[in-house]
Design a protein around this ligand. Structure first.
Ligand code: GDP
Ligand code: MG
Length: 338
């Protein structure tokens, strides 16, 4: 704003040749002109759009979005399918706004209604994108992801192809040879080599996206980094810890819900329940003498404290909700269905 005022004041067409603006004869009228001018310049310049991050499980989608936004938005673990919902991350600067969505991995043979709902989320990302970030990792075979890239390669939406994990490359030849394979799939796409983990070449991603963004409004407040609230991220952190700590089926049968979130001056008091499908799962989560759940609580609390930037008192409970992953009511309740 101040810059604009200065530019306007020094514009000879407006103020005459004098660098010091003369007092306007008709201030009310000039005020109007000034605001109209400001309105036009901001309208003309602002770009915005939806950028959807697509890729097989484990290629680094969540790591990338978190690295771009500089916050721990999505749960990252070494196991596949940790992201169950679409998460919008918002990257704003004065003259543009990029709304990223991180998608869950597509599940080829859904075994539960929950997984069918997850696939719906993935498909919904094909509808509303201005730009696709197609993420793959160095060396990942192409035929395994044909279901994912075929609809994108047939459409008109611009694609930015990101080849991730290049920190693992033996040499440059390996990277170039891999990129050649993709040029046949996405002949028009820009290709960037990145490392989401090492934060290598991330600036180029933003620059390339901004070039391709259409003009558009601010969809969200400029200081907002996500459309999800703190409660949501707290449940995601606990779910991530479940995935790290327990084997096989257990974490996938769990749903975490916040029962109470009390914000006090120096501490947040959070009470959460973990729902499982069976009694046997419940006792595994609790562990001998409560040792396992105690560890889960401690590990979760540490990350929640980092995320909230505040001390946290965390209480965890475990309850059985038989068959929730196939129960429409429960899926709705947990936010998987509209
Ligand atoms: P998503 O399933 O696509 O969301 O993948 P995640 O972001 O959860 O990452 C899966 C795994 O890959 C994690 O262990 C990450 O630390 C790892 N990873 C992500 N990006 C990179 C990278 O650039 N280099 C390396 N070496 N590992 C990465
Ligand atoms: Mg993910």
């Amino acid at each position: 704003m101040e810059q604009l005022v200065a530019r306007w004041a020094h514009n000879p067409k407006v103020t005459g040749s004098s660098p010091v603006p003369a007092t306007p004869k008709n201030p009310v009228f000039l005020d109007g002109v000034f605001y109209f001018y400001t309105y036009l310049t901001t309208m003309r310049k602002h770009k915005s759009g939806f950028v959807n991050i697509i890729g097989l499980p484990n290629v680094g989608k969540s790591t990338l979005m978190n690295a771009l936004l500089g916050e721990k938005l999505s749960v990252i673990t070494k196991k596949a399918q940790t992201t169950r919902h679409r998460i919008h991350g918002i990257y704003s600067r004065e003259d543009y706004q990029i709304v990223f969505s991180d998608t869950p991995g597509y599940i080829e043979k859904p075994a539960y209604k929950m997984q069918e709902e997850m696939n719906k989320y993935v498909r919904s990302t094909f509808d509303d994108a201005d730009i696709f970030l197609y993420l793959t990792e160095l060396g990942a075979t192409l035929d395994k992801q044909a279901d994912l890239y075929t609809p994108i390669s047939k459409g008109d939406t611009p694609v930015l192809l990101l080849i991730n994990k290049i920190d693992k490359a033996k040499d440059e030849e390996e990277i170039k040879a891999y990129a050649e394979l993709w040029k046949e799939i996405f002949p028009k796409a820009e290709i960037l080599f990145i490392s989401a983990l090492e934060k290598f070449n991330l600036d180029s991603i933003i620059t390339t996206i901004v070039e391709g963004l259409p003009e558009g409004p601010e969809y969200f407040d400029k200081d907002q980094i996500s459309d999800k609230n703190e409660r949501f991220f707290v449940t995601e952190i606990i779910r991530g810890k479940l995935l790290e700590q327990y084997k096989q089926e257990i974490p996938y049968s769990c749903q975490v819900e916040i029962d109470e979130f009390l914000e006090e001056d120096h501490i947040d008091k959070i009470r959460a329940t973990i729902y499982t499908e069976r009694d046997t799962q419940k006792s595994i989560i609790i562990g001998k003498g409560g040792s396992a759940i105690k560890r889960l609580g401690t590990e979760s609390r540490k990350d929640i404290e980092i995320f909230l930037g505040k001390k946290v008192y965390l209480e965890l409970f475990v309850k059985v909700k038989e068959g929730w992953r196939n129960d429409d009511m429960m899926l709705k309740h947990f936010g998987y269905k509209e």
